[in-house]
Write a protein of this length. Structure first.
Length: 163
């Protein structure tokens, strides 16, 4: 078993419910156990601006799946939650990103871990810092990175927990 971190996001349909269902589906897989989930955050869209705000959070899981196996499971759950891929960086019912996997560095055509640019995004780092403040990202504590990003990016904690 190894520890991994998964980023969750949604800005279509009932976003908190979509995230709750995704976590249930993850935990139902025999190779995955959801350990801790940050609260829900409302976050301004990044990349493609003409869309609704997102709901984002981050989960810590334990898994016996390989990085590739886990990635395939995440994509399957996105499909099951009705994700339609049209506009690049556009609205989605559910986005599941493999952020970190057992401290490994992976650079394959299908998968890059740690998730590229995660340390630049408040919608990833603020919920991550809530559940893993002492985690080191390129030698810097998650909490320290989150504190700086929060000043520049629009993010609002809702206090809502779906796990
Ligand atoms: C320049 C060019 C600056 C591109 C930033 C950043 C593109 C992030 C895509 C970028 C750029 C992304 C979410 C989101 C997306 C989300 C919020 C992406 C992929 N996903 N905004 N935008 N939450 N708030 O989960 O992360 S699209
Ligand atoms: Mg994403
Ligand atoms: Mg994604």
């Amino acid at each position: 078993m190894v520890t991994a971190y998964v980023g969750l996001g949604s800005n279509q349909g009932d976003s908190p419910e979509n995230i709750r269902q995704a976590l249930r589906k993850l935990d139902c897989n025999p190779g995955v156990s959801v350990q801790e989930v940050a609260g829900l955050y409302k976050t301004a869209p990044v990349g493609y601006l003409e869309q609704d705000w997102f709901v984002n959070t981050v989960a810590r899981i334990e898994t016996s799946l390989s990085p590739d196996g886990l990635l395939k499971l995440l994509l399957t759950i996105e499909d099951e939650l009705g994700r339609v891929r049209t506009i690049r960086w556009g609205p989605r019912t559910l986005d599941l990103d493999l952020l970190l996997y057992a401290g490994e560095v992976i650079d394959s055509p299908e998968l890059t871990v740690p998730h590229p640019r995660m340390q630049e995004r408040a919608f990833v780092m603020v919920p991550l810092a809530e559940i893993a403040p002492d985690l080191l990202i390129k030698g810097q504590r998650a909490e320290q990175i989150a504190k700086i990003l929060k000043k520049n990016q629009e993010i609002v904690g809702t206090g809502q927990k779906v796990w």
